[in-house]
Design a binder for this molecule. Structure first.
Ligand SMILES: Cc1cc2nc3c(=O)[nH]c(=O)nc-3n(C[C@H](O)[C@H](O)[C@H](O)COP(=O)(O)OP(=O)(O)OC[C@H]3O[C@@H](n4cnc5c(N)ncnc54)[C@H](O)[C@@H]3O)c2cc1C
Length: 371
């Protein structure tokens, strides 16, 4: 059996790995480089129980466990570690009082204070997302998978478009027994080829600094009040390689069709850096190693689309993971591999993520500007 996976982000790489474990031939078709988009530019924060109370909880709990198992079992290093997580309140307009039982580290500014312990080494962890995605793909390739550089431009069908026969890559047919759409926010392109709920991309900016966080590693979720009273939510992740990643400034620019054309809103990285300097002054002055922009994939009800697409045999989708794609990549890959090879899942119930729960648009209703 050959499965073609469209998109080489964390979701595509994870599906390829778990299919390869089942001796299925997996081919990942990637247009612009593995982990070139959100899967290489995300924070990489993982939480055991932050999805509890939502339909995502079983997927997230399974995936948190799988991250730990993969880090121990695959013999590769992608910066996985457990860490504590703090909630910080910061303001450019007023002094913030510390909670007495939670002293603020000396490196935080006087305009900020720790207000809550949000996670411990039992419940929160991190990976470096690009390294994790590349390691999953490398492990898949060790088991027989391969990456094909190219742009998916269509699907092949038979039997009056009720059976998928493969994909079209840069105008050439590539045969497959099953096809998975895992192109993150670009999965919207697949709406030109078959009926699919709408997928959108939400833009975010991030910075990676060369800087060391003193003491034991602590992720920070900051509620920041700017001079004009607007609220922002920067997230800060110190990494084991002596860098610190910060995201939390959304953007306005629409998703370009070509992933290599993703770029920042004017001045966005300077604004993010100025915000950081208000709550962690030495970090705000540190050397910037990377100024990044990416889009997280979302669908209407905030839950991912994971499963078969009704009406056409052999076609599946796995996208819309929003802020939890790095966390939920492994369990998505595991469940998709099981679904494709056996027709059902035992690890995680995928019914809450069935694409059929949302209204789909027919291809003729979709117009996307040419790349
Ligand atoms: C700023 C930010 C911070 C985040 N932080 C976290 C976090 O801390 N923890 C967490 O769990 N999640 C986080 N996320 C969410 C996470 O990054 C995403 O949910 C996840 O990366 C989505 O992965 P994906 O594989 O679906 O899509 P993507 O990573 O977007 O990959 C899709 C791939 O498809 C390729 N592609 C596009 N068009 C085509 C085509 N026509 N043919 C072939 N290939 C194509 C692209 O080049 C791309 O490589 C964050 C997201 C953002 C934006």
């Amino acid at each position: 059996m050959r499965v073609v996976i469209c998109g080489g982000g964390v979701i595509g790489a994870s599906i390829a790995y778990f299919l390869s474990l089942r001796q299925v031939e997996a081919v990942v078709v990637e247009r612009a480089g593995l982990a070139c988009a959100a899967s290489g530019k995300a924070g990489g924060f993982l939480a055991l129980d932050w999805c509890d109370g939502s339909p995502l909880a079983p997927l997230a709990r399974r995936s948190f466990a799988l991250h730990g198992e993969l880090a121990q079992g695959l013999g590769r290093d992608w910066g996985y570690r457990r860490l504590d997580t703090l909630g910080v309140v910061a303001s450019a307009r007023r002094r913030v009082e510390s909670v007495r039982s939670l002293p603020s580290p000396a490196w935080l500014s006087p305009e900020s204070a720790v207000q809550a312990r949000l996670g411990t080494t039992e419940t929160t962890a991190q990976v470096t997302p690009a390294d994790f995605t590349e390691a999953m793909m490398a492990a898949a390739c060790d088991l027989g998978a391969r990456v094909h550089e190219g742009c998916v431009t269509g699907l092949g069908f038979a039997a009056e478009e009720t059976v998928v026969t493969g994909v079209v890559v840069d105008g050439e047919a590539m045969a497959a027994d099953a096809v998975v759409i895992a192109m993150g926010p670009w999965s919207v392109l697949a709406s030109q080829w078959l009926s699919l709920p709408t997928v959108q991309g939400l833009m975010g900016h991030s910075l990676v600094f060369r800087h060391h966080q003193p003491g034991d590693p602590q992720a920070l979720f900051v509620e920041f009040e700017a001079e004009d009273g607007r609220m922002y939510s920067p997230e800060v992740f110190p990494r084991p390689d002596g860098t610190v990643y910060v995201c939390g400034l959304p953007g306005e620019t629409a998703l370009p069709v070509d992933p290599t054309e993703v770029g920042p809103d004017p001045g966005a990285h300077d604004r993010l850096r100025a915000m950081i300097a208000r709550f962690w002054p030495t970090l705000g002055q540190a050397q910037v190693l990377a100024a990044q922009t990416c889009y997280r994939p979302i669908v209407g009800d905030g839950l991912p689309l994971i499963g078969r697409i009704a009406g056409v045999d052999g076609i599946y989708v796995a996208t819309g993971h929003s802020v939890w794609g790095i966390l939920n990549g492994p369990a998505t890959g595991e469940a998709m591999a099981e679904l494709i090879t056996t027709g059902a899942t035992t690890t995680v119930d995928l019914r809450p993520f069935d694409p059929a729960r949302l209204e789909s648009r027919r291809p003729q209703e979709v117009r996307i500007d040419a790349p």
